[in-house]
Design a protein around this ligand. Structure first.
Ligand SMILES: NC(=O)c1ccc[n+]([C@@H]2O[C@H](COP(=O)([O-])OP(=O)(O)OC[C@H]3O[C@@H](n4cnc5c(N)ncnc54)[C@H](OP(=O)(O)O)[C@@H]3O)[C@@H](O)[C@H]2O)c1
Length: 310
């Protein structure tokens, strides 16, 4: 597992907190309460994006990290509604820095792969921003492994590298195990996955007719709409019940357990919701429990499609 460090030299925490709900399902008071609960639990990694809640997420996170930034890894992402050109990247980064109140964003991701801008322009711009000290680490999000490798080759021309990737990863979304995690292991790229609860599915609340993102948001309803995913959530609740642990704690701990995962991004709308995810900070799953949970969904076929042959 590859590490990232704060400006003051501390290693990134096993869990990070994602501020995507700031200004949406969570107001200033709930944001501060969750931020403080995260600090108490030892979290030093906070994630936001240019596109979240029209800038409110970056502004609210900026207010919370004020004066603490040297002890934090604050991550944001470039605008994902425009091409990743030199001018657009610099402009969005300057706006994000202003909203966050930071001279330097510790970890700056491309939010998505851009088919239309030459990689030399995009990564040349990020290299210049890194050299200018306005970003520290270069990250990519929602990239395929071949896109990571292509971009990594361009970075090498500029004497830099991709430091981190932010992919989706949870018990019902395991595609990263096929190509992304082996590629990141090989390239010493830190992996900071999002949606460890499948947007809330793996809390088990939808089995009880609960409400939340999978009901209110059509994209998440479609992403987690397959019946087998809901069965996996029910099965996870069964394992959790037998162990006397909250299913959300198990779901987050399962993602964080993988040897190639650096820092898993949790989130919630309140401290009460966040608490079970936070408990995964201190839960190292025993090997047999990890295997039991892994067996609740299909392990994806290896990229070579030769799992039966040594
Ligand atoms: N790079 C990207 O494209 C990308 C995409 C998504 C997320 N992210 C990042 O990753 C972070 C985490 O992602 P995520 O929010 O999808 O994570 P997640 O852990 O899969 O889902 C969190 C959601 O689950 C529900 N939840 C959490 N705890 C609960 C509990 N105890 N009981 C019931 N419901 C509970 C809440 O939603 P409801 O209350 O609405 O049900 C909460 O907002 C984000 O904040 C963001 O920083 C990045």
């Amino acid at each position: 597992m590859v590490g990232l460090t704060t400006k003051s030299g501390a290693r990134v925490s096993r869990l990070g907190f994602g501020a995507m709900q700031f200004g949406r399902t969570c107001d200033e008071a709930a944001a501060r309460a969750m931020f403080e609960a995260c600090l108490d639990a030892g979290i030093n990694h906070f994630d936001t994006a240019f596109s979240y809640t029209g800038g409110a997420s970056e502004r609210m996170l900026g207010g919370l990290v004020a004066g603490l930034a040297d002890r934090m890894i604050v991550a944001s992402k470039a605008a994902n509604d425009r091409p990743a050109t030199r001018a657009n990247l610099r402009d969005a980064c300057d706006q994000s820095r202003a909203r966050l109140g930071l001279d330097c964003i510790d970890l700056y991701y491309l939010h998505r792969f851009d088919d239309d801008t030459p990689l030399e322009e995009t990564f040349g711009a990020l290299t210049q921003m890194q050299a200018a000290g306005i970003i520290r680490y270069i990250g990519v999000s929602n990239f395929a492994a071949w896109q990571v490798m292509k971009a990594q080759a361009v970075c090498a021309q500029f004497g830099t590298k991709i430091d981190a990737i932010q992919p989706m990863y949870n018990l019902v979304k395991r595609q990263v195990e096929v190509e992304i995690l082996p590629a990141c292991h090989d390239q010493a790229i830190a992996v900071c996955p999002f949606s460890p609860l499948g947007g809330g599915l793996l809390t088990g609340k939808y089995g009880d007719g609960g409400r939340g993102r999978l009901v209110d948001d059509a994209i998440y309803a479609a992403r987690y709409g397959q019946p087998w995913m809901h069965q996996t959530a029910r099965d996870l609740c069964g394992v959790a019940g037998a162990l006397g642990v909250d299913p959300a704690t198990l779901a987050v701990a399962w993602v964080a357990h993988h040897a190639d995962i650096t820092s898993t991004l949790i989130s919630a709308r309140s401290v009460a919701q966040l608490q079970p995810s936070l408990l995964a900070m201190g839960l190292d799953l025993p090997t047999d429990i990890y295997a039991q949970i892994s067996a609740l969904s299909q392990t994806p076929t290896p990229a070579t499609d030769r799992s039966e042959a040594v």
